[in-house]
Design a protein around this ligand. Structure first.
Ligand code: SAM
Length: 444
């Protein structure tokens, strides 16, 4: 299990009246995810300092990643089930004690103070006693647990069962690791070289993405304000590259926000239309393209199932809405929010979007279908269904194509059907990558 950095002790001391912004915010974030199925997102800036917000996010993310393990350690110490919010305080304390290397004294006293601030004063004795026991016995107990199995919900583990068992374990391990920060450089010529002034620990991946250690703040890197790169997982950057767009081609990005792939398409010199249905996300897309200076992109707020271009297009990128189970390492809330039944409605939307894309392309026009999902139903069966309509042929993604596009090193991700399937266990020694299914079709 990897260990993110330790939350600081509160400046005024726990319970000294000054509060503890890191743990308070972590508690609120976790209540949002676990009680209200909200995503783990920091809201607008409040009174907290940026580093307290970052530490709160990391603490909450650690609890979400390792909820199964934390409960397996706590349950034997509880004679009866405590109220959920008391359990939450215990989980926050246990995560600091056993996963974040917070000194035991600080983890226990800050948890007791957190319980008191949250109106749980009758339980402060319990919190104190349980966490003290855990600080003594926890490390030994932790070593005996199959933490990976405990932390991935059973339905998710089962859903990957078409893979070999050791592969499923590698994927699950990758899902539970904190993801690095990946950047896509704006200038394709710049690929292969690190920008000036980048910190130690930055590396260029074989596919050209730049990778920095987990927790690196992109806004603090030289070139951010000038739009020289954008944040995008190494696997997410593959889809637009496979579309192999040329200057002057007419291209649509059908599900565009926040715009990482739109930016890649725009950087080729193509004429790009970006479609986004969600008004708030459309604003974000526009802001991101504005920062990057891609003013030529036409952005349209519309449902891509209904929208049609004025003239047939050369290429379409369909980065379809999906269960996003390939991005759990970046969004560990998904482990606790997603349900097995969510996938059926998404599959229907994916089929409808594929049908719409067929009506946008000229004969010979190319389509990349991509989903950041590890769920088998959202991948190959969608392509099989599209091919059965007789409107498409498949272009197999093979080693020669990967090498010609500067995507060498991804051969292990090629599927028997000619698609690409990345997952967090791939390039594990380099920090893994998000899970994507990507296929390339040609309009007949
Ligand atoms: C997976 S995200 C896209 C990520 C984006 N391509 C990127 O690289 O930054 C899917 C996006 O599609 C949008 N979306 C979902 N269904 C849509 C539809 N029918 N028409 C247009 N946009 C849609 C969602 O609001 C969401 O912003």
């Amino acid at each position: 299990m990897n260990k993110p950095s330790t939350p600081r002790a509160p400046r005024n001391g726990p319970g000294a009246g000054g509060g503890d912004p890191t743990r308070d915010l972590a508690f609120d974030l976790l209540v949002g995810v676990l009680e209200r199925r909200r995503t783990l997102e920091l809201g607008p800036e409040g009174a907290e300092e940026a580093r307290d917000r970052a530490a709160a996010h990391r603490l909450a993310a650690t609890v979400l990643r390792h909820l199964g393990t934390l409960d397996a350690l706590l349950d034997p110490l509880l004679t009866r089930a405590p109220p959920e919010r008391v359990r939450l305080v215990l989980r926050i304390g246990a995560a600091q004690l056993l996963l974040l290397d917070t000194p035991a004294h600080a983890a226990v006293t800050t948890s007791v103070a957190l319980a008191r601030r949250r109106g749980l004063a009758p339980f402060t004795g319990l919190v104190n006693a349980v966490l003290r026991r855990l600080s003594a016995d926890g490390p030994g107990l932790l070593a005996e647990l199959d933490t990976v199995r405990l932390d991935i919900p059973a339905w998710l583990w089962r859903s990957w069962a078409s893979e070999a068992p050791e592969r499923v374990r590698a994927i699950a391990q990758g899902q539970l690791r904190e993801a690095p920060l990946d950047l896509t450089p704006r200038e394709r010529d710049a690929m292969g070289a690190l920008p000036d002034g980048f910190p130690d620990g930055a590396e260029v991946l074989p596919t050209g993405s730049i990778r920095l250690p987990p927790g690196t703040r992109p806004t603090a890197l030289p070139g951010f304000a000038e739009g020289r790169f954008w944040v995008q997982d190494a696997a997410a950057a593959i889809a637009a590259r496979l579309l192999d767009v040329r200057p002057g081609e007419r291209v649509a990005d059908l599900c565009a926000a926040p715009g990482g792939k739109t930016a890649q398409l725009a950087a080729t010199g193509a004429e790009v239309v970006a479609i986004e249905r969600d008004p708030r996300r459309l604003e974000r897309l526009r802001a991101n393209l504005g920062r990057l200076g891609f003013d030529g992109v036409v952005t349209i707020g519309a449902d891509a199932v209904q929208w049609r271009p004025q003239a047939p297009l050369d290429a379409v990128l369909l980065d379809a809405p999906c269960s996003a189970t390939g991005t759990i390492r970046r969004h560990p809330d998904a482990l606790r929010i997603k349900r097995e039944g969510d996938v059926a409605a998404l599959v229907e939307a994916q089929d409808r979007l594929l049908e719409a894309a067929a009506e946008m392309l000229r004969p010979g026009g190319r389509l990349v279908y991509a989903v950041c999902s590890l769920q088998p139903q959202e991948g190959e069966p969608r392509i099989a269904r599209a091919l059965a309509t007789g409107r498409w042929t498949r272009t197999r993604i093979d080693a020669a194509m990967l090498s010609a596009l500067g995507l060498g090193g991804l051969e292990a991700a090629m599927s028997e059907h000619g698609a690409l399937r990345t997952d967090p266990g791939l390039w594990a020694e380099r920090g893994g990558m998000d899970g994507f299914f990507i296929a390339l079709l040609t309009r007949q």
